[in-house]
Design a protein around this ligand. Sequence first.
Ligand code: F0G
Length: 355
Amino acid sequence: AYQWRGVITEYSDHLPVTGSTPVVTLGEGGTPLVSARRLSERLDADVWIKVEGMNPTGSFKDRGMTMAISKAVEAGAKAVICASTGNTSASAAAYATAAGITCAVLVPDGNIAMGKLSQAVAHGAHLLAVDGNFDDCLMVARKLSESYPVNLVNSVNPHRIEGQKTAAFEVVDVLGDAPDIHALPVGNAGNITAYWKGYREYAGIGTASRTPAMWGFQAAGSAPIVAGHPITEPDTVATAIRIGNPASWQQALAARDDSGGRIEAVTDRQILDAHRLLSSGDGVFVEPASAAGVAGLIAAHERGEVPSGARIVVTVTGHGLKDPDWALRDPSGERITPTSVQADPIGIARELGLE
Ligand code: F0G
């Protein structure tokens, strides 16, 4: 029977690997590209959702991590380190375990979602909660990797970008060409860098006839690229993208400008509304940060800036079960609880309005 073999094996021709690279894979990539009926109606466009929460650890990070860990092992590394708002740590922990090497993760104390924290613990990482934000964690992780024999697996590691660019390949392979617009959330800005690289490479070899406009969206309280300067105290409910000084800032600007795209901010309210719309409208459950791309598209559409009938791909980056609490609050923030009933068919039928 057919089984997807992970991004390194599927796309080896396009990646810096050789026959002797040890492939550390959990079967990442090959994620669903879902035709979004409700979102297409809402935006008056042809919208497709790239569901990256379907990767082995529940986020797009696995595409980059299979490369980063495989290359680290190839180079003889015995330990890796990363800073993370949660998903990178979950992914690094899982792939390091699969490779049989040590993993240390630095996360901002109190600001990472429970699902992600539990993954890092489950996979046996050295989990350190730093008194600081993501930017502080990354600064420390970089310094440690410069002074000690530990390999940095954040997206400043070029192998991460190489792995993550395969998501753009998959979009083109499924749709037959690049879309008009590709929208996604922006945090440390590795992913927008990676997609843009993937689209350019496919256009360069003629597999795609064109490249899309890259539309990136930051959370309003953590939007340094939009503001044009680092944010010292970033804040947002979308903890995954609570980042004030993105490492790939310049590459994100290049993706925006070279593609004729945009990088804009969306409010926490817009993010949570889009989060709800995705799950209740199109059946795709994501974590809050993942909805930033959808929130940005809706805002742009309301300003009349989404061309009618445009083909749009929007990446939703992480699974809803990473940070499920948000689904259990209504728009006003009230807690939603299940209705308690007796084990009685008639009573339940009444409750459901069937009787
Ligand atoms: N969405 C999710 C769910 C993320 O976890 C991240 C980044 C992003 C979007 C933004 O991607 O950084 O490439 O621009 N999470 C990192 C982490 C920072 O540590 O897990 P980016």
